[in-house]
Structure formats: structure tokens, C-alpha cells
Design a protein around this ligand. Sequence first.
Ligand code: PFF
Length: 452
Amino acid sequence: MSEKREQWGSKFGMLMAAAGSAIGLGNIWRFPYITGKYGGAVFVLTYLIVVCLIGLSLMMAEQAIGRAGKSDAVGSLLKLGGKKWSIVGWMGFIVAFIILSYYAVIAGWTLAYFCASVDVFGSLLQGAAQGKAADLFGSFVANQYYCIAFLLTVMFVTATIVYRGIAKGVEASCKILMPTLFVILLMLVVRAVTLPGASKGISFYLKPDFAKLTAEGILAAIGQAFYSLSLAMGIMIVYGSYFTEDTSIPRSACTISLLDTSVAFLAGLVIFPSALAFGIEPNAGVALTFITLPSVFAQMPAGMLFSAGFFMLLFIAALTSCISLFEVAVAFGIDHLGFERKKSTVVMAILITLLGIPSALSVGGHFPKICGMDCLDFFDYVTNNLIMPIGGILLTIFAGWVWTEGAKAELTNHGKYDFKLYKVWLFICRIVAPIAIFVILAADIYGKFFKK
Ligand code: PFF
């Protein structure tokens, strides 16, 4: 435990790697589809409030815990809070394990869409130009062999990278890929908002209808904020443990959150104007992004180039997130189950792939529904709407009430920096976040299981 810990090569590289974990399918696939499901603009507004109030504070708390504990989530919490707090780290491991199992399935879809963009499996864009994007998606997910083959490919690539060590590769590639993704996204925004009929989508996305606000929607916003910012599952604790002593945690947390939120916001600004312009329902669920984007690409000059470039970058963004999720599982195997790195990589890869198979089969209807949901939706729901909010409550309580002085020292770099909003941060961690998350969680559970 006392050996010198690896640190990031540069501050920019560190920010890009943390942004690489945060920016992924959560921003471009999940954010728009959840926004569509919970009523559009009102969800966007709730989401922004949740990120500023709760997400940002929790990210600071996690990075502080990591830099002080110099270990993964279980190790850091054990060191700073004792055995009972290390349970929160265990919860993080379980969440990361389940999320990766279905995340790799969707990462596989992005890879398939890259191949389809360059006509490997017949022309995606030709089909989309004839208004058949939804049928194409349906027939792709109905083919269980394709879905499993892509899941295996993603898990194989992820495991190979983690097996070989990630520090340099991840940091170096994120520095180039993340800015490129951003630029392509900006171009797509310009195309989407200038499509004929885009205005309906813009107002769905930006004009709130408060009648659509529900406890389930607010809880989903909290879950989405945690998911998108890679919170409540130990990742930011691990990344914080690699921070140098002079990194300002409040500043880096703000930068990562701002980058992450901008990408999600821009993704929505592509998806909704285009979806409504092409007559696609904004509440189309998990398929939304995969149906909408090909329709946009089909309408663009050099659409094939944009489509291939975009899905490739999305795949890479997903891969950097897969790697960080997989690292949580592998590090857990090494630190707490006594495995060597090699063994941990292989065992975890096999277990996660096996758990991913039902998700891969479920969207095409080849697996029985669980509680009325596809297996993929079910895993997503349980982790985001149940376990992560509980993890968030516990972590903010830990930072706000139990490890207060230690947190203050980390957030101010032992008094070297002035963190003007420290009192606000403390108030949020002590009162606002735990109570708000608890009330919303209780209201949602009550509404779901007891009312009727
Ligand atoms: N934040 C990632 C995304 O938005 O796609 C998903 C994720 C990655 C969650 C890594 C958690 C994590 F540890």
C-alpha cells in the first residue's frame, strides 16, 4: 500500500483521461434517450440543477477521498473511515461490474454502426435515406449472433488494453480523441438545427413543460448525473488517487463536469431536432440515437464519412469508459480477492461477458423480460435508479459528517488554495444531497411498489 503511486503525466492529460471516463455512451446515447423518456426540456433543467448542486460536490468529495487515501474505493475508504465505510467501495464494484456488462453491448452496437457506415453489412445510410433507420436497428438487434460477436469483440479489446497497462495509452489517446469528438459534434449540431422541421425538436428540448416533472424523473436525473460523471462507483476515487499534490480538486472537478455536460447537451441538440424532423418519437428508448443519427448522416454531404468518423469516435469514447469500468473490477480482484493482474483480468472479463449475454439478447426479444423490462433496461434501471443513489447518499455523508477535516485539507490543498465555496460544499454534502436523494428515492420506490 505504501509504494509510490503512479501519477498522471500532465494536468491536461489527467483532465482528458478523467473526461475520457466521464464522456461516453452516457452522454451521447443515454442522456438523449432518458431526456426523451422524461419529458424533454424539464428533464434537461432538472439535470443541470442536479449536476451543479449534487454531482459537482460529490465529484470533489470522491477525488478528495482518493487523493488522501491513495488507493481504490475500498482501500481509500477503509483507510480513511474504517471497515464499515469500505462497504461503499464494494457497492461501487458491483455497480461497475453490472454496468460494464450491458455497456459493452451498446459499445458493440457503435462498432457495428461504424462497420455498417462503411457498407460492411449493407448500406446503413441508403436505408436511412429511405426512412428505414428504425427497421435497420430492429433487424440488427434481432440478430443475436451479431450482438454477441460485437459484445465479445468489445470485451476482448477492453481486456487486452487493461491487461497491458493503461496509463500511457489512455492518457495519450484521450488528449487527441476527446477534442476531435467535440468538433464533430459541433458540426452535427449545425446540421441538425438547420434541418427543415427542426424547430419542434428544439422546443421539445429547450422549452420546459413543468407538468411533466415527476419524482421518477428527478431520480432519473440524479442517476444520469452520477452515471455520466462516473460517480458513486469508485472511479473518481481511483482517478483522484493519481492526482498530484498541487492539483486543485475544485477546479478540476468543475472542468470535468463542464466538459461532460457540454457534450451531453450538444448530443441532445443533435438528436431532438433531427428526431422530430424525421418523425422519430423522442421517447423511442434505447434505440433513439441509433435510429436518429443515420437519418441525419443520410442528409449530409459526405454523410458516409461523417457517419463512419462519428461512430468510430463514439466507439472509442465508449471504450475509454469501458476501460475505466473494467479497471474497477480488475483492481478489486487484485486488491481484495488476492488475484494477480493477469488472472483478475481474465476472470473478470469472462464473468462480465457472461453477464452481458442476456443484455445482448434482450433488446431483440431473445431473452425473457424482467419486471416488465428488457434485461438491458433492467440492469440500467437497478444500477442507476437504486444502487447509485444509495452510494451517493453514503459518500456525501462520509465526506460531510465523518471525514470533514480531511476533506477540507484536500479541497484547499492543506490551506494553500482558497476554496471560497467550501461552506456551500459542506452544506450540500451534509444536508442537501443526502436528504434530497433520500426523499426522491423514497418517493420513487413508494410510487412504484406501493401506490396502485
Ligand atoms: N461516464 C460514462 C458515460 O457517461 O458513458 C459511463 C461510466 C464510465 C460510468 C465509467 C462509470 C464509470 F466508472
